[in-house]
Design a binder for this molecule. Structure first.
Ligand SMILES: [Zn+2]
Length: 200
């Protein structure tokens, strides 16, 4: 039996933000729109300070939101010269490489699973199951080849489209607008009121 010794507050924050960019190739300033969601928890031991818990929950959610924005790697290209930043290209290649590594591991695990099934006494199905275990291995090989090739040459928004990324909403910014937004890190376009609640 669990005896509750306090209350827990959870704040969830949902916002549409404009993330500013200055193109490293042509100097064009623009922003892209992202819908983000962050959560925070605050505890109130012995129910002494529920207000404080609510406040902590909201602050944690806000911090989470800022972290999300700082580490944002949405695939967005410059609307003027259509090129991606070098950092984004590197991030996309990293993701492709990770996928290319994960796929064979997944395939090998599935093959092991089939082989394990095939080691049961029903000899009649043994051969077919062993045969089947080749399928995930081969499949994962092609999946990793696909991921590896897909992102190899990505450097413009045309490449992004070819690699299956949906175009993101972009907004043109003047140098002045960019400077203002970049100083804050982002601009809030729309915020759903943070809901706080006691989950218990
Ligand atoms: Zn540009």
């Amino acid at each position: 039996m669990i005896i509750p010794a306090g209350s827990k507050q959870i704040a969830s924050l949902q916002a549409r933000v404009l993330i500013p960019h200055r193109c490293e190739h042509c100097g064009h300033t623009y922003g892209h729109v992202a819908d983000l969601k962050a959560e925070g928890t605050g505890r109130s031991p012995l129910w002494l300070n529920p207000e404080g818990a609510r406040e902590r929950a909201r602050n944690e959610a806000l911090e989470g939101m800022e972290k999300l924005i700082k580490s944002n790697q949405d695939p967005v290209a410059c609307p003027a010269c259509h090129r991606l930043s070098a950092a984004l290209v590197a991030a996309l290649k990293g993701q492709a490489r990770d996928n290319a590594i994960t796929a064979p591991i997944f395939g090998a695990l599935m093959s092991l699973g089939f082989a394990w099934l095939a080691s049961t006494p029903q000899r009649g199905v043994l051969a077919s199951l062993l045969g089947l275990s080749i399928v995930p291995l081969l499949g994962s090989f092609f999946v990793s080849l696909y991921y590896g090739l897909k992102v190899r040459g990505v450097s413009t928004d045309m490449d992004l489209a070819k690699a299956g990324h949906k175009p993101l909403e972009r907004v043109e910014l003047t140098g002045e607008e960019y400077a203002q937004i970049a100083e804050a890190g982002f601009a809030l376009l729309d915020e759903e009121p943070a809901e706080t609640g006691d989950p218990a």
